[in-house]
Design a protein around this ligand. Structure first.
Ligand SMILES: [Zn+2]
Length: 482
């Protein structure tokens, strides 16, 4: 039985949530939420000075934003409004992060260093923006002082991703996306007047990020059963699954701009971020669907295109991952597997990993980075052979456990259509061509250390180009996929 208090979790009642978590069985696996407050309300941004005062008695505030202007639903300029409010009580410096060629700002260590150059004498950092700006503020303050980072308040500009309320940052290192540990914002402000005015495709992106709820936790559980993951606990996902289900049911209302559903999206999305913090890893909300999306991002530089809205790309990949899970639970035959043939050597896999990523840059840095991470996974896979054997023997029990945690891909695609969420890579805000999307699907398991259902199928000799083509065909039957 799932704790009723988890089913109706409320992101704005942090201390209550913390208490519920402490009372769970195996609570020692859950990490504290190191945030002071989360505010989701109309006009929430008006409390910005009180928020700063609750964190510091100091008077110097650094305001960090990207270059793009945006307004709330009363057409007020958001950044200027926050600046005006802060200036009534504080000495404010406003730093705008820009790329040298004025292209879309990326979350790179170089940009984080630019932000950190402004930290001298500052008492509190206020970041306004989307996921990138939030991650830059988290990462820069954390790397400047791990033990005692500057107080940080984030004003969220859209319900675009779940990562506002977690303690990690997605960084671009040498062109490769990596999730690294950073810190929580002390206070997160989600002003519904601001997020309601965000472009619809950005809020649909947050909705899309939540599609991972139906695949990432099962990937994590699978990894745990096979000895390939650590720290698994059901509470982080139990806390969002029911409300996420309600959100799917309300997909058409979200598309119509229903304010109650928008509030619910804000709550569930924030809880999803907290689920990663509670687990102290992104596994509860990032599995095979995210890694497909990461590969498409990695290819964007070579393709000379922008990076799509994270959640919309994740959701299209999420349909693929739902198809893969549906295969595992309904077609996979554990008796057909010859265990001894499931262990490729490092020497066999290295050329495959390099061939998958070498074309991304002249210096081989992406391929080097991926191989260094992948070989850890392969080594671990070899070390846990007994667990794989036990998994095959107890496959029916495994299926029974995970059945309530997955959804049929057809249902997910139907809901996404109702939400006006893009269901095909080719209609994302930077259209992804069939060749790139197919490459990402074929090779996504080769990118990182984290284990997913795709690794399992790959080691079992099932995952190949033909299998990917079958996924593409099934997605196509739902008006989704390429
Ligand atoms: Zn995500």
């Amino acid at each position: 039985m799932i704790d009723e208090r988890l089913i109706r979790a409320d992101a704005t009642k942090l201390r209550e949530l913390e208490k519920v978590m402490q009372e769970q069985e195996h609570a020692e696996l859950l990490y504290p939420i190191d945030m002071k407050d989360i505010c989701i309300a109309s006009g929430a941004v008006e409390g910005i000075c009180d928020a700063v005062a609750s964190l510091t008695a100091g008077k110097k505030v650094l305001l960090v934003t990207g270059p793009i202007a945006f307004t709330d639903n009363a057409d007020r300029k958001v950044k200027e409004r926050v600046l005006e409010l802060l200036k009534t009580k504080y000495d404010v410096e406003w730093f705008v992060v820009r790329e040298p060629d004025n292209s879309i700002v990326h979350c790179t260590p170089e940009n984080a260093a630019l932000v950190a150059e402004h930290f001298a004498g500052v008492d509190c950092v206020v970041g306004i923006g989307g996921g990138t700006m939030c991650d830059l503020c988290k990462y820069s303050t954390y790397t400047a002082n791990h033990d005692n980072p500057l107080p940080l308040i984030i004003v969220q500009s859209a319900l675009s991703v779940n990562a506002f309320s977690d303690n990690s940052s997605v960084m671009l290192f040498s062109g490769v996306k990596r999730t690294v540990h950073s810190r929580y914002p002390n206070i997160l402000i989600i002003d519904t007047d601001i997020v309601a005015a965000a472009p619809a495709e950005m809020n649909v992106s947050g909705y899309g990020d939540l599609i991972a709820t139906w695949t990432a936790p099962v990937d994590w559980y699978l990894g745990n059963v096979l000895g390939m993951a650590s720290g698994f606990h059901t509470a982080p996902s139990d806390m969002i699954r029911t409300q996420c289900e309600e959100l799917l049911e309300n997909s058409a209302k979200l598309a119509a701009g229903d304010s109650k559903v928008l509030y619910d999206l804000a709550n569930v999305l924030t809880l999803s971020g907290l689920s990663m913090g509670l687990a102290d890893q992104s596994s509860p909300a990032s599995g095979s669907e995210h890694v497909m999306s990461h590969l498409i991002d990695m290819a964007s530089k070579v393709r000379k295109t922008g990076i799509c809205y994270h959640g919309t790309q994740v959701a299209v990949s999420g349909i693929n991952s739902c198809i893969i899970w549906d295969y595992l639970l309904n077609e996979f035959d554990p008796k057909s597997i010859d265990v001894d043939k499931c262990y490729p050597t490092l020497e066999e896999m290295e050329p495959k990993v390099r061939a998958a990523f070498d074309w991304l840059d002249d210096t081989h840095s992406a391929a080097n980075e991926c191989w260094s991470d992948y070989q850890k996974k392969l080594t671990k896979w070899h070390q846990n052979k007994e667990k794989f054997k036990a998994f095959l023997e107890n496959f029916d029990e495994f299926k029974k456990t995970v059945a309530p945690w997955v959804k049929k891909p057809e249902y997910i695609a139907k809901c996404m259509h109702e939400a006006n969420a893009p269901c095909r890579y080719s209609v994302l805000n930077y259209p992804v061509d069939a060749k790139t999307a197919t490459w990402a699907m074929n090779n996504c398991h080769l990118m990182r250390n984290r284990f997913s259902v795709i690794d399992l199928l790959n080691y079992c000799g099932i995952w190949n180009e033909e299998f990917v083509q079958k996924i593409i065909a099934r997605a196509d039957s739902m008006d989704a996929g390429l």
